[in-house]
Ligand binder design. Structure first.
Ligand SMILES: C[S@@+](CC[C@H](N)C(=O)[O-])C[C@H]1O[C@@H](n2cnc3c(N)ncnc32)[C@H](O)[C@@H]1O
Length: 257
């Protein structure tokens, strides 16, 4: 399958993922948990990754399945699950070709994973597949980074450090820098991610990866999801239960079948 601009979660990205995203409780954990409980039935996390949310939900006896294309991310999730004595159900699939023999009360897509889809055709196809996999009145929740004026006018093609941390296994210092280029016409952001691993103050390895993300205005996204047939669209700001406003960096779109 050809996936336009697809970023592959493998190698150093997987090794560092849990380190970057910290420990529980995560800032979005209680927010999705509320809706999964309220849905009162089977839930599905799209792009379940290393189980950052999936595993705590299973530990809390919620019925949640995962969808994840990266074998390495799934591997980390599986290892952690074994430590907790859990047996997660994870389908190795892409959201834009989702096909699972279940229907769900809640489908949720944390950490703006939906924006990894850059082709408009794939965006529509993924939304249609979520629709098909929801029970009647079931809820879909999609988190999106909103383009701020600062983001849209920031200098392009300039490297800046985003994160720096020490890797526990070998005490290596790892620095992640990024440079960004934006195509305002297509609403696609291309990020070059540079990982530098320092051991004893010497550069031991470096990796450069390219990631593309599609951005939306909220009115545009609302029209897209309504075109697919969703109704009762509501926008939550920054993982709160308040209606989103222009100050919010993340908006979670909630909609029903
Ligand atoms: C930012 S991570 C989020 C992981 C997890 N949901 C979390 O909140 O920690 C994005 C995840 O989505 C997966 N992913 C990437 N492209 C995908 C696609 N087309 N369909 C489904 N999942 C995808 C990646 O492999 C990765 O595990």
């Amino acid at each position: 399958m050809y996936i336009q601009g697809a970023y592959v979660y493998e190698g150093i990205t997987v090794e560092l993922y849990d380190l970057w995203f910290g420990s529980e409780p995560h800032e979005d954990q209680a927010f999705y948990e509320h809706f999964i409980r309220h849905g009162d039935g089977l839930a599905l996390e799209i792009g379940s990754g290393t189980g950052r949310l999936l595993l705590p939900y299973l530990r809390s006896n919620l019925e949640v399945h995962g969808v994840e294309p990266s074998a390495q991310m799934m591997g980390v999730c599986q290892e952690k699950a074994e430590q907790f004595g859990l047996q997660p159900t994870i389908y190795q699939q892409y959201m834009q070709s989702l096909k699972i023999p279940h229907s769900y009360k809640t489908i949720f897509i944390p950490l703006c994973t939906f924006q990894l889809l850059v082709s408009r055709q794939e965006v529509l196809e993924a939304l249609r597949r979520f629709y098909v996999h929801l029970e009647q009145d079931g809820r879909l929740m999609i988190s999106l980074f909103m383009p701020t004026l600062q983001m849209l006018t920031a200098e392009q093609g300039v490297w800046s450090v985003r994160r720096a941390t020490t890797r526990v296994e070998d005490n290596a210092h790892v620095v992640l820098s990024e440079a960004i280029q934006r195509n305002h016409f297509e609403q696609i952001e291309t990020k070059w991610l540079k990982y530098e691993v320092y051991k004893n103050s010497q550069l031991a390895a470096s990796y450069v990866k390219t990631m593309q993300l599609r951005w939306y205005s909220w009115h545009e996204f609302k029209m897209i999801i309504e075109k697919v047939g969703f109704r009762n669209v509501f926008m939550y700001g920054n993982y709160t239960h308040h209606e989103a406003c222009e100050k919010n960096e993340v908006i979670v779109f909630s909609m029903q079948k």
